[in-house]
Design a protein around this ligand. Structure first.
Ligand code: AMP
Ligand code: MG
Length: 291
């Protein structure tokens, strides 16, 4: 079964994250054995991104959400590294600026959605407005509880305008998170990544899980599905996400646009090597040229 099918949250499905194994690795025994597949998927992603850009008619929005240290940055570094920066961008959602907070919660997300031909990755997203905002009571329940429908409408609108949307929840265990925090404490090169807030947020784990379960249940739709990715093993996380993205791009029916020029005429006029050498070409910049 493809990972698209396996990890997709079906519209209306009830989610119990504690019943989903974050350490799942399918039949793959090790990183080494999965590496060839990851490289194959990443290679397909790179080729298809070129085609998406050339085709210029559709776009892809990838949403990454997770608890701290689950690997959002790692996914971006490993899977999108080979793509042409022209046509790909990443936007990280932080605490809203004064200007952002003065607008509706979808305003800043909408400004960053991909234009035709582009891939945009949201590192956190408009979902923070039903996650951190709910957990920390930054808005009243009467406000955030209306946002699921608003998000579904927003994503439906993007989708009818040619944007494919893939939403990934990186699922790790609390033990794995603690281990990753410890690595950040122990490794001087990674000290900068750890803050007190990481530990205080961790205490709110059950509240975040409840908020995530609600979001996953209420906003996984045909046009913008959620995928729950087992993420305790970084390599398996990368394998599953790269397969889902490559398969999705594959399904989009991307094609090179038709040419608007007479190739044969141009080739004859400027590019026949023998003509150039004989000084018979028509390139005005070629000193040997007749014209
Ligand atoms: P990081 O991803 O580690 O750079 O942290 C970004 C921080 O911004 C996280 O703690 C998010 O929860 C927070 N954040 C993102 N969006 C919002 C939002 N809409 N309201 C409040 N906090 C947010
Ligand atoms: Mg953080």
């Amino acid at each position: 079964m493809s990972y698209s099918k396996k990890f997709m949250v079906k519209p209306g499905e009830k989610i119990h994250l504690d019943k989903i194994d974050p350490a799942y690795t399918d039949q793959h025994e090790s990183h080494e054995k999965a590496l060839t597949k990851i490289q194959e998927h990443v290679g397909r992603m790179d080729k298809l991104q070129y085609l998406l850009y050339a085709d210029g008619d559709q776009s892809l929005l990838v949403v990454l959400q997770a608890l701290d240290a689950a690997g959002k940055d790692g996914v971006i570094r490993h899977l999108f590294s080979g793509m042409n920066p022209q046509g790909t961008s990443v936007f990280g959602f932080k605490q809203p600026s004064k200007e952002e907070a003065a607008h509706d919660f979808l305003w800043r997300a909408h400004q960053r959605t991909p234009s035709k031909g582009e891939i945009v990755i949201f590192n956190r997203s408009h979902y923070e407005d039903v996650l951190v905002v709910r957990v920390h009571k930054l808005a009243k329940k009467s406000i955030w509880s209306k946002r699921y429908d608003l998000i579904n409408d927003f994503e439906k609108m993007l989708s009818s305008n040619g944007t494919r949307i893939l939403k990934f929840f990186l699922h790790i265990s609390p033990e794995e998170q603690l281990e990753r925090f410890k690595q950040r404490l122990d490794d001087p090169a990674r000290n900068w990544k750890i803050t007190d807030a990481d530990y205080s947020e961790r205490e709110l784990w059950p509240k975040y899980i409840a908020a995530y379960e609600d979001a996953l249940e209420k906003t996984s739709t045909q046009h913008a599905p959620w995928y729950i990715i087992p993420a305790n093993h970084k390599w398996f996380r990368n394998l599953a996400i790269s397969e889902i993205i490559a398969d999705t791009l594959d399904e989009m029916g991307l094609k090179l646009p038709p040419t608007h020029v007479d190739m044969e005429a141009i080739r004859n006029k400027y590019h026949i090597a023998e003509q150039k050498q004989a000084g018979k070409g028509n390139d005005p910049l070629n000193k040997n040229s007749k014209s």
